[in-house]
Design a protein around this ligand. Structure first.
Ligand code: NCD
Length: 306
């Protein structure tokens, strides 16, 4: 296990599956025993961008393992960033307090910048339109739990493929396993970047861009819906043109989903998933959230104790 988690590019099939083994062990360990694993370790949560799930699940993961936490939300308005402190300096400061830093930042590449100056491991909890490795590992774990494999899968990603950082990390993860085919349904403006396309062209993954719901293949193993990332747009008018072009409706599920198609979404949703779909047994966007805590516990344990 590498010490920092910046990108899914650092992983391979073996390291993903061995992480999942650790998740299985953690799930079975009684709470009392978990409490000693990171005793006296200090985990810093430095969040420069809004977060509900990612912040609280990392925080809970650290605390369940007995770590002490330093919790910083809204850093753009409450930290020395307001006074003009650079990200690099902030990281050098927190290196004195923490054994590990979990960081979210609005700029793509910020996690790598932090890693470059940090003397302690960095976990990327989202860097702009870049990546979101821990969310991806949690989503991959949910797929693995239901389908018992991460190879020979057919999946659909819908919504914002260009700015959706969770999608970028999941595709990277699935690219290490043979036989995966992913359909990418998005408005033309929100397709995968040319940089990412050329990276994936060299890997064993088949990506098929589609433009209409009609082209969704039958019996996908999962559908992964995403929010159009309003905060990444330069113009609100451009956002308005493409927001909610694709909506996960009960009707679409009936027409196109298979019996075992997992209905996934990293949340928050802002209109692109009909509330009615929540009742569907295949919908795992709420029930799968616990996996996020276990996966993050496994990562923290592997990084800080091995
Ligand atoms: C995602 C994110 O922040 O990238 N949310 C999350 O962490 N669960 C998805 C999003 O904000 O749309």
């Amino acid at each position: 296990m590498e010490k920092s988690v910046i990108s899914l590019d650092q992983f391979d099939a073996k390291s993903i599956l061995s992480l999942f083994k650790e998740v299985g062990r953690i799930k079975k360990t009684p709470f009392k025993k978990l409490q000693n694993i990171l005793k006296a370790k200090v985990v810093g949560l430095l969040f420069f961008e809004p977060s509900s799930r990612t912040f609280s699940s990392h925080c809970l993961a650290a605390k369940k393992l007995g770590a002490i936490t330093i919790e910083f939300q809204n850093m753009m308005t409450t930290s020395s960033t307001v006074k003009g402190e650079t990200l690099e300096d902030t990281i050098k400061v927190f290196n004195n307090y923490c054994d590990l830093i979990i960081m979210r930042h609005p700029q793509m590449g910020a996690a790598k910048r932090a890693f470059d100056v940090s003397s302690v491991p960095i976990i990327n909890a989202g860097d702009g339109a870049g990546e979101h490795p821990t969310q991806a590992l949690m989503d991959l774990y949910t797929i693995f739990e239901h389908h018992k494999k991460l190879d020979h899968l057919t999946g659909l990603f819908s919504g914002d493929i260009l700015y959706g950082r969770t999608v970028h990390s999941i595709i990277r993860g699935l690219s290490y396993f043979p036989g995966n085919t992913l359909y990418l349904l998005s408005p033309r403006q929100l397709r995968l970047s040319t940089e990412d396309k050329s990276i994936f062209a060299k890997r064993k993954i088949k990506l098929i861009e589609i433009e209409t719901e009609k082209e969704i293949p039958a019996n996908c193993h999962f559908w992964y819906w995403t929010r159009v990332q309003k905060e990444r747009f330069k113009s609100l008018a451009d956002y308005e043109k493409v927001k909610n072009r694709f909506i996960l409706t009960e009707k679409l599920v009936k027409a196109k989903a298979g019996k075992k198609t997992l209905l996934m979404h990293p949340l928050p949703r802002v209109g692109e998933v009909e509330i009615k779909v929540d009742e569907d047994k295949r919908a795992v966007y709420f029930s799968g959230l616990k996996n996020g805590v276990y996966v993050r516990m496994a990562l923290l344990k592997l990084i800080l104790t091995k």
